[in-house]
Write a protein that binds this ligand. Structure first.
Ligand SMILES: [Zn+2]
Length: 123
């Protein structure tokens, strides 16, 4: 794929990455506010150490947990952006074949062609 062809995918990937990161920090903020307003009656389900640590640590830990959840997508987006920089965007990580444009339009951060993705799912 030519660099010029990669451009719209890069835009899309950057937008998705920004949104994903924004979501993570927005969720962390919301959770922090929720945590503060419910500080009076701390839920028994909350582990003791969570109640004892400072809000900075809490935020960090919470974000890390979320990042782990979103890690797959964010990691794939980062990898796809790197592939654009290297000029190999659109190539399957597994077989080196071209990932179809329809697939890339649906999932611009897809690391595998549809055949390899299906093979991986079945194994
Ligand atoms: Zn493949």
């Amino acid at each position: 794929m030519k660099k010029a062809e990669m451009k719209p995918y890069k835009q899309d990937l950057l937008a998705k990455r920004a949104r994903l990161r924004g979501d993570v920090s927005a969720m962390a903020d919301a959770a922090l506010n929720k945590n503060r307003s419910e500080a009076g009656g701390s839920p028994s389900s909350m582990p003791i150490h969570m109640a004892d640590i400072g809000s900075d640590n809490y935020e960090q830990e919470f974000t890390l947990t979320l990042m782990q959840t979103e890690e797959g997508t964010l990691g794939a987006i980062e990898a796809a952006l790197e592939k654009i920089e290297d000029g190999v965007f659109g190539e399957c990580d597994e077989c080196g074949g071209q990932i179809s444009k329809a697939r890339l339009q649906a999932i611009p951060y897809a690391p595998l062609c549809i055949k390899c993705a299906q093979k991986l799912e079945q194994s």
